[in-house]
Ligand binder design. Structure first.
Ligand SMILES: Cc1cc2nc3c(=O)[nH]c(=O)nc-3n(C[C@H](O)[C@H](O)[C@H](O)COP(=O)(O)OP(=O)(O)OC[C@H]3O[C@@H](n4cnc5c(N)ncnc54)[C@H](O)[C@@H]3O)c2cc1C
Length: 372
């Protein structure tokens, strides 16, 4: 008998899970809260690692398409001192494919392909252990029942309370994100400063990073240690007030670096939250989590990779062993927890070094992970 399987969330994790199951001929109901694919800006570029995000795409049969859409040159990483001096200028070899960048929109469309995403189906609650199976309740008042519900609904998961009472906590580090459009034409000096990939500047307890997406779009991230309510006196809709407060925070940094903030269009406030490093839960029949819903960690290049790999592995396991669905999910959870805990430790330590009182620790981190 075919199991009734639902996945909540059409981020990288949920889409990969559904796409790999689809490849194996299994139907899955895919529920997404957003009313349509383009209801929200898709977010910045993602680097997909060999053996993680790329392995997941391989399991979905999508590596050839990924090669066409991804930007290996986007792996380039330049680090500047706060006075504008170039401290490090790492460029990938022409054949380097360890972690090429891909726009989130391109990745989402690639994974979505033939899948039937049910848009505007926000889940409010998941109730395991009912007579018919696991009940999923929706914001529109509807209910449906499944044998397995996979929560891939991100940081503030509504599936997670069915298995765990843990909620994310603030790291003490905040990101304010802004963007530059058509950078090569409108801001050629900044385009040269940023190069083909990313550019970062590390100061005491703060950093500025600019990351090239395709089509001349650049995302700029100001990261700093601050109380969560640091902007309590600011009107978030007052772009010039936010800009002025950021420029004051980075006062004294080189003028070309501050131009990233001066030319930014709008500002989005993103306090960084995480789940505890080794977040596990007593297994609950019929419900599991993957991706950020299971192990939200600092955004240092692992989250989407893990979510996709977990989605692909769980889908392959379900397709291979449909007779013992519960045993398959238990084994998946054990493997996910062990790997995610390792990455949560790495990224937590990484955040401490990248937003640190001593900016030299950030530079040293790059020497370790990307030797010149
Ligand atoms: C600035 C930044 C840069 C990053 N860069 C990288 C990188 O380069 N590489 C990397 O690997 N990771 C990166 N990450 C982390 C990465 O974005 C996340 O780890 C990844 O998106 C998690 O995928 P997910 O599928 O688990 O969840 P999400 O991407 O959060 O997707 C969850 C989906 O569920 C939907 N949803 C939420 N609630 C409900 C509900 N109640 N009902 C129905 N649907 C719901 C959401 O609308 C969303 O579509 C970065 C993160 C940030 C913030």
């Amino acid at each position: 008998m075919r199991h009734r399987i639902a996945v909540v969330g059409s981020g990288p994790g949920g889409l990969t899970f559904a796409r790999v199951l689809h490849r194996h001929g299994h139907a899955v109901a895919l529920f997404e809260r957003d009313p349509s694919p383009d209801a929200r800006p898709p977010g910045g570029t993602l680097d997909l690692h060999e053996g993680m995000g790329q392995l997941a795409l391989d399991k979905a049969g999508l590596m050839a398409d990924f090669q066409k859409l991804s930007r290996p040159e986007g792996q380039a990483m330049r680090i500047l001192d706060t006075d504008g001096t170039v401290l490090r200028d790492w460029r990938p070899r022409p054949d380097e494919r360890a972690h090429p960048e891909i726009d989130r929109k391109h990745l989402r469309d690639l994974l979505r392909g033939p899948l039937d995403v049910q848009w505007g189906r926000g889940v409010t609650k998941v109730v395991p252990g009912t007579r018919d199976g696991v009940r999923v309740e929706f914001a529109d008042g509807r209910q449906e029942v499944f044998d397995l519900v996979v929560g891939a609904d991100g940081a503030w998961s509504r599936v997670r309370p069915a298995v765990s009472s843990v909620t994310p906590h603030y790291t003490g580090v905040t990101t304010v994100e802004t963007s530059l459009d058509d950078v090569d034409r409108r801001h050629p000096d900044l385009a040269r400063l940023i190069g083909d990939g990313s550019m970062a500047v590390y100061g005491a307890n703060r950093s500025l990073t600019a990351q090239r997406n395709s089509g001349g779009h650049v995302k700029v991230y100001a990261k700093f240690r601050a109380p969560q309510d640091w902007h309590a006196d600011l009107d978030p809709a007052d772009i010039e007030a936010v800009r002025a407060s950021l420029l004051a925070l980075f006062d004294g940094w080189a003028a070309p670096v501050l131009d990233l903030l001066r030319h930014g269009t709008a500002f989005v406030h993103r306090p960084l939250h995480v789940l505890p490093v080794a977040h596990t839960w007593p297994h609950v029949r019929g419900v599991t989590l993957l991706g950020d819903a299971a192990h939200l960690m600092p955004p240092l290049g692992a989250g989407a990779n893990l979510a996709m790999l977990e989605g692909a592995e769980l889908a392959e396991a379900v397709a291979a062993g449909p007779e013992d669905l519960d045993g398959t999910v238990r084994a998946f959870e054990e493997r996910m927890w062990a790997r995610a805990a390792k990455w949560a430790e790495i990224t937590t330590a990484g955040l401490e070094r990248l937003v640190s009182p001593d900016p030299a620790t950030a530079l040293a981190l790059f020497e370790e992970v990307q030797p010149s």
